[in-house]
Design a protein around this ligand. Structure first.
Ligand code: SF4
Length: 288
């Protein structure tokens, strides 16, 4: 881990990353791609130590209340977050200044901050976004080795449901010849429906692969599934979009099941839902 000062609080519209790099070790991680131009090993977490100060200055000035997101390029609940508590500070500031928050993670460390999610959601809006993509526990340990498994993430979603904090699941990537089965899809959907998620983000039953990410993924396949990387090479070459041969059928099931359970299943609609903000204070009745 090493510390730097960021130049600006937000690294994209309404979004910030407190950490750069990730220790969770997912074999399919797109953030490893060379296009992101890492100048340090991916697992050597870069900590943007001044993010809270920059964020506070921004929130003091900003008039329009918006939902600020974290977790798009790096999981905000890195193991070092246990001591550093920068993501917790992010939530404290959002809560203090009456903004909305959305956090995307795979880690159960997020449970530590559930009180803040609840408090923010009472005033404006908070959303927990969680990735669930591998239902089988053994496979989850191989594919996402350093973070809690899908079963534990389901417990986290249930805990947020109990506290009335909305959740959105990212069911992506779906790995050709590994997790692109109807059984896996239905098991994840059952978790989502049971945990009352508002939306599920899934573009295709597939994944993306590009330089940097592809080599890392193929090395993991060679370690755990001998011969499979050759199958990928033959089937997909250097393609960026790598969809399951069963993509269309699986996506038909996905959309039909979400429709049946009234869960948002259009990615753009999911993002609109996450970004919508409600000033719940002004919606309280005048006389109670
Ligand atoms: S949690 Fe996200 S950023 Fe971290 S290794 Fe996994 S896919 Fe990459």
């Amino acid at each position: 881990m090493h510390f730097v000062d960021a130049k600006a609080a937000l690294s994209r519209p309404n979004g910030l990353n407190i950490y750069r790099g990730c220790a969770h070790g997912c074999v399919y991680c797109d953030s490893r791609s060379t296009c992101y131009q890492f100048t340090h090993p991916f697992e050597d977490i870069e900590v943007k130590q001044n993010t809270p100060a920059l964020l506070e200055a921004l929130l003091q000035k900003k008039r329009q209340k918006i939902v600020i997101s974290t977790g798009s390029m790096s999981d905000p609940y890195q193991p070092c977050e246990k001591e550093l508590k920068l993501t917790r500070r992010f939530l404290e500031l959002i809560d203090q200044y009456g903004f909305g928050a959305s956090v995307h993670t795979k880690s159960d460390l997020v449970l530590r901050d559930i009180d803040l999610f609840e408090s923010i959601n009472r005033k404006t809006k908070s959303v927990l976004q969680m990735t669930l993509t591998v239902a089988d526990e053994g496979l989850s340990r191989i594919l996402e080795p350093n973070v809690c498994t899908t079963a534990r993430r389901y417990e986290v979603l249930k805990a947020f449901q109990k506290r009335g904090v909305p959740t959105v699941v990212w069911m992506t990537p779906i790995l050709p010849f590994l997790t692109d089965t109807e059984e896996n899809l239905r098991a994840i959907l059952d978790c989502c429906f049971d945990a009352g998620v508002k939306g599920i983000v899934c573009w295709n039953a597939g994944m993306t692969l590009r330089s940097g990410d592809r080599e890392y993924y193929y090395r993991a396949l060679d370690r755990h599934f001998p011969g499979l990387s050759g199958r990928y090479r033959r089937q997909y070459g250097d393609a960026y979009e790598v969809n399951s041969p069963d993509n269309e059928r699986l996506m038909r099931i996905f959309h039909a099941e979400c429709e049946k359970h009234r869960v948002i299943h259009d990615p753009d609609e999911c993002f609109r839902y996450i970004a919508e903000i409600a000033d719940r204070q002004t919606q309280l009745p005048l006389f109670e």
